[in-house]
Design a protein around this ligand. Structure first.
Ligand SMILES: *Cc1c(COP(=O)(O)O)cnc(C)c1O
Length: 336
């Protein structure tokens, strides 16, 4: 795998830290857990979309684009980071917000919505769940062209083969740090949403012949559907890199911690967010990394990961949305 062949903008100066979590590991009494701090990536408040945007925005600039268009949920980290990349590159940015839960977009809300405002979001269009988002973006692109602009549309979550290269690069980073520390991981655990992060990591691990299993924790979809999505995108990413295709049985995307649905809080999520904050001083988020960590904790508690093993949890970011979920995080019914 030779990612230097692809055009890339640099939004993070070097590797993100890969740190041990000794207090969390002791509290759980199982495996030794490390955390890959992708919450500390570059662009406004960091998080996983920054790695994907390095490749996507490079392509946009190569095509002469002056306007980025993308789509996300009401508290979308992806939209926040696309806005940040646009600001940094001097591009315009148009957002389509998919209201996966009706009535939840409020441009006066805190969390990422405040940051949208600060970064100059204009042309925010809200559409209901079930809208054809590709068609909606094509329509927005036509409006930009009609005004003489050059649009570049970024799929939801930046989850295309080109965007997923960012997480193949992260796999290489983790393996280099693992070697440097002399810590061989038995498994890597990551949140699985629009699937680019999970797929890119898998394609990268296979390309490197790393032999480290990867467990995805779903935040939205049922297991079979998500595993199909991840496998398709991982194969397409490997094809783009010219590396071996991941096997279907290398894709694990567990749905036991989704709860009632995407972005809806669960007691396990609140517990995971509180544990990482109180024991390690690390902020997760309610929608993705909190549910993924709830999954890791659940897998330790049910004995799937055991003492003597070494795990790497990929922290995909998202902490700006904590402020928009304050009421849930403090809800007595979710705080056992
Ligand atoms: C988007 C997102 C994810 C999920 O990544 P995908 O590549 O969409 O699967 C995880 N964590 C955070 C904080 C995110 O914003």
């Amino acid at each position: 795998m030779n990612l230097a062949r692809f055009a890339r903008r640099r939004y993070t100066p070097g590797f993100t830290p890969l740190e041990p979590l000794p207090r969390l590991s002791a509290a759980l009494g199982g495996p030794d857990i490390w955390i890959k701090r992708d919450d500390l990536l570059g662009l406004a408040a960091g998080g996983n979309k920054t790695r994907k945007l390095e490749f996507l925005v490079a392509e946009a600039l190569a095509q002469g684009a002056d306007t980025l268009i993308t789509v996300g949920a009401p508290q979308s980290n992806h939209c926040r980071l696309t806005l940040a990349a646009a600001a940094k590159e001097g591009l315009a940015c148009r957002l389509i917000i998919e209201e996966r839960v009706p009535g939840t977009y409020n441009d006066a809300a805190l969390g990422n919505n405040l940051l949208f405002d600060l970064m100059g979001a204009q042309n925010v269009r809200v559409v209901p769940l079930g809208t054809d988002l590709a068609a909606e973006m094509a329509e927005e692109a036509a409006l930009v062209r009609a005004e003489g602009g050059v649009p570049y549309a970024i799929a939801g979550g930046g989850s295309t083969p080109l965007g997923a290269l960012g997480y193949a690069a992260c796999a290489a980073e983790i393996m280099a740090q693992s070697f440097d520390m002399g810590v061989a991981f038995d498994a890597i655990v990551v949140a699985s949403g629009s699937a680019g992060t999970h797929s890119g990591l898998l394609a990268g691990l296979v390309a490197l012949n790393a032999g480290v299993p990867l467990t995805g924790i779903n935040v939205r979809r049922a297991r079979a559907e998500q595993e199909g999505n991840v496998h398709r995108l991982a194969v397409a990413t490997a094809e783009l890199m010219g590396t071996p295709a991941p096997a279907r049985d290398a894709v694990i995307a567990l749905d036991d911690w989704v709860g009632p649905g995407y972005s809806l809080p669960t007691a396990d999520m609140v517990r995971a967010v509180r544990m990482l904050a109180a024991q390690e001083g690390i902020l997760l988020d309610p929608v993705y990394s909190g549910k993924a960590m709830a999954g890791l904790i659940g897998l330790v508690e049910r004995g799937d990961f055991t003492a003597g093993q070494r795990l790497c949890f990929v922290h995909t970011g998202g902490s700006p949305s904590l402020h928009a979920y304050a009421r849930d995080l403090r809800d007595p019914a979710l705080n056992g």
